[in-house]
Every structure is written in structure tokens, then in C-alpha cells.
Design a protein around this ligand. Structure first.
Ligand SMILES: Nc1ncnc2c1ncn2[C@@H]1O[C@H](COP(=O)(O)OP(=O)(O)O)[C@@H](O)[C@H]1O
Ligand SMILES: Cc1ncsc1CCOP(=O)(O)O
Ligand SMILES: [Mg+2]
Length: 264
């Protein structure tokens, strides 16, 4: 069933409603299209409930948050909960400012989140296990990041996904380590945000959000590896363009052949 998830995604074309940051909004729309889903970006308080009622997944990304945007996120999130639409939270920069930390926690308290996707500092800080962040860039996470992720997953009854050289995905019981990916992915801003859009796309067609998130991370990492190997790539600019093409050209067979996942 997991092998076919990308096929199901492309057949169903889930609509992914984003409330997201102004840095990477266009990249998130394009990566959502490239994987085979449909993006819509809608932030206004007056329309978020209506928009989410047509959606298959909701992304809440706090990258350039304002208090009004957080209010819209909570309104959309509560509507998504009533409609059983999965909600994926990217707590961009949690720990860098009080507003980001407090808003992430407020969203987690008021909305039933399906997946929290962050880097190791963001997840460690939200788990209360320390961690250092500089702007949106993780400097360090908890000593035992797997335990921190599990604790956070159990505290909010969510799937927690930690991006990095080795990605960690846990629902508090199951844990997966994804070793796909390439250092070039760290040279482009927004790979983390785009990954969140891809996670939401998979969650829009699979109610096992742990399995959907693992599949999304594997697909994303494989596309990064394939782009980095391309002879067209001379640096971050050509990497980014090639990366979009590799996401678009992924097949279930490529994923099955190249996936590097270990379960504990
Ligand atoms: N050095 C690396 N090696 C392998 N994959 C990486 C590396 N750096 C980033 N990635 C991948 O890039 C994506 C974004 O992760 P990350 O850079 O941690 O996010 P963020 O931009 O939110 O901090 C993930 O798929 C991750 O696996
Ligand atoms: C640079 C920056 N500043 C605020 S949001 C943002 C983009 C962050 O994207 P990512 O988490 O994918 O690196
Ligand atoms: Mg990020």
C-alpha cells in the first residue's frame, strides 16, 4: 500500500490549504503541484474556514507570523478538526523569539495537530529539551533527539518529524530514520517549508499520518539526491530548478528502489 502512495496522491490530487510565510510561499505552491497535489494559499480571517472546508490537508507555517495570522491559523485549524482534515504544523524559528515559541504552543493547545515538522532545534525547544536556533537555522538539538521527538509526540498525541542529515519520524511508539537526502538541500532556503507541503500532500491521501510522513520524507530526500547528482547542477540556483524536476519525475518504483529507511 505504501509503495502506491505516490500513485494515489497523483490520482486524487489532494487540495492543500496553506497559511504560510512570505519567504517561500511560491516555492511551496510549486512543490505541491510538482508532487501531484493542488496548492491554495489563503490567509484572510474572513475566508480560512470556507477554504479549509474544501481542502484535504492544512499547512500552518509560522515563518513570518503576525498575531492576526496566528488567529487565522487557529480558526482554520479548528474548522479542519471539525471536518477531520489533517493539520500539519511547521514551527519555523520556534525558540528564536518568544512570539514564535508561544504561538507554536498556543496552536498546539488549541488545534488538534496531525504532524509537527521541524528541524532539530525547533522540535527540541518545543519538547522542552533545550536546543539552539539562529533565526530559522538549527544550531543544535537535544542530546537525545529521538527521545525528545517521542516525548513531544506523546505530549500532544501527534506525529513528530525532525528534519536533518538523518530525518526522524515518530508517533510516540513507532520510530523511523530516513537517510535519504543531500547536503545541497541545505543551500536553498525553503527546503524545510517545501517538505512540509509534501508531507501535507501525502497526509491528504493517507490516514496513517506516520506512514504518510515517512513516505513524504523519503520521496523528498530521493529527489534531493537525484538533483545533486545531475550534471546540470552548478550550485544552489540550478539545484533548486533541478530539484523541482526530480520531484515531478519521481515514480513509486524509484522510491522503492532508492529508499533508505530504518524502523526501530
Ligand atoms: N546535510 C544534509 N544531508 C542530507 N539531507 C539534508 C541535509 N540538510 C538538509 N537535508 C534535507 O533537507 C530537507 C530540509 O531539512 P532542514 O534543512 O533540516 O529543514 P529546515 O530548512 O526547516 O531547517 C530535509 O529533507 C532534510 O533531510
Ligand atoms: C528565511 C526565513 N525567514 C523566515 S521564514 C524563512 C524560510 C524558512 O524556510 P526553511 O525552514 O524551509 O529553511
Ligand atoms: Mg524549517
Amino acid at each position: 500500500m505504501k509503495k502506491e502512495l505516490l500513485k494515489i496522491l497523483r490520482e486524487k490530487k489532494p487540495l492543500v490549504h496553506h497559511i504560510t510565510n512570505i519567504v517561500t510561499v511560491n516555492d511551496c505552491a510549486n512543490i505541491t503541484l510538482a508532487i501531484g497535489a493542488l496548492p491554495v494559499m489563503a490567509h484572510a480571517l474572513e475566508e480560512v474556514e470556507e477554504m479549509v472546508s474544501a481542502a484535504d490537508a492544512l499547512v500552518l507555517n509560522i515563518g513570518t507570523l503576525t498575531n492576526e495570522q496566528v488567529e487565522a491559523m487557529i480558526k482554520a485549524g479548528k474548522a479542519a478538526n471539525r471536518l477531520k482534515v489533517p493539520v500539519i504544523l511547521d514551527p519555523v524559528g520556534a525558540g528564536a523569539t518568544k512570539l514564535r515559541t508561544q504561538s507554536s504552543k498556543k496552536i498546539l493547545e488549541e488545534v488538534k495537530i496531525s504532524v509537527i515538522k521541524g528541524n532539530s532545534a525547533e522540535i527540541s525547544i518545543l519538547a522542552g529539551k533545550g536546543g539552539k536556533i539562529r533565526g530559522v537555522e538549527s544550531q543544535s538539538g537535544a542530546d537525545d533527539i529521538s527521545e525528545a521527538a517521542k516525548d513531544l509526540a506523546n505530549a500532544y498525541n501527534v506525529v513528530v518529524a525532525v528534519s536533518g542529515v538523518t530525518d526522524i519520524i515518530t508517533d510516540g511508539k513507532r520510530i523511523a530514520y530516513v537517510k535519504n537526502g543531500h547536503p545541497m538541500m541545505g543551500t536553498v532556503t525553503g527546503t524545510g517549508c517545501m517538505l512540509t507541503s509534501v508531507v501535507a500532500s501525502f497526509c491528504g491521501v493517507c490516514e496513517d499520518y506516520f506512514a504518510a510522513t515517512v513516505e513524504a520524507f523519503v520521496a523528498f530526500g530521493i529527489a534531493g539526491e537525484r538533483a545533486a547528482q545531475s550534471s546540470n547542477v552548478k550550485g544552489p540556483g540550478s539545484f533548486k530548478v533541478t530539484f523541482f524536476d526530480e520531484i515531478y519525475n519521481l515514480t513509486p518504483e524509484i522510491i522503492e528502489k532508492d529508499k533508505k529507511v530504518e524502523y526501530e
